[in-house]
Design a protein around this ligand. Structure first.
Ligand SMILES: Cc1cc2nc3c(=O)[nH]c(=O)nc-3n(C[C@H](O)[C@H](O)[C@H](O)COP(=O)(O)O)c2cc1C
Length: 158
């Protein structure tokens, strides 16, 4: 069985709603294709996730708000904890990112991408950045991202 891991942090609501949408899309795609026995979808907050989760994941989707022009402190803490235990062991695994921001988001995207580049994960989608209000369109994009990752793992094309 393969594992799709979603790791996110928020002190608010938007990033959590995006994480829920990613997981909902993934699980719906698996249910539709009868792939629930092939891929498990795990959603964890940064504080609850560690190197063993990343090492056990076939694909990783990260979510963070932009705080002070950077990823959230808890996402940085998570990446600091997993970086060296996972370095050299997860190369090539697919990953993607979603960000909740007020008016920018680019600092969060750049900071996460820079660190994940060091893990040599394979970026499979452009980051989803929700500015201001979380729109139904952005929720749909999050669901589609989750669905694509789940289907890709189930079919063995990711
Ligand atoms: C401490 C703090 C710092 C923030 N810094 C930024 C920032 O640098 N750029 C930005 O676009 N939004 C910034 N924001 C706005 C949040 O990114 C935005 O409200 C986001 O939607 C929060 O998502 P959440 O509901 O998951 O917490 C900041 C918010 C807080 C609380």
């Amino acid at each position: 069985m393969k594992t799709l891991l979603v790791v996110y942090h928020t002190h608010g609501v938007k990033t959590a709603q995006m994480a829920e949408a990613v997981a909902r899309g993934a699980r719906a795609a698996l249910a539709e294709a009868g792939g629930e026995a092939e891929v498990r979808v795990i959603v964890k907050r940064c504080a609850d996730a560690g190197p063993e989760d990343v090492l056990g994941a076939d694909a990783l989707i990260l979510g963070t708000p932009e705080n002070f022009g950077y990823m959230s402190g808890m996402m940085k803490d998570f990446l600091e904890r997993v970086f060296y235990p996972c370095e050299g062991k997860v190369a090539g695994r697919p990953w993607a990112l979603f960000v909740a921001a007020g008016q920018d988001g680019s600092g969060a995207v750049a900071s996460v991408e820079r660190i994940v580049t060091g893990l040599r994960l394979a970026k499979k989608a452009e980051p989803i950045v929700a500015l201001r209000e979380l729109t139904p369109e952005t929720i749909s994009r999050c669901e589609a991202l989750g669905a694509a990752f789940a289907a890709g793992l189930a079919l063995g094309v990711l």
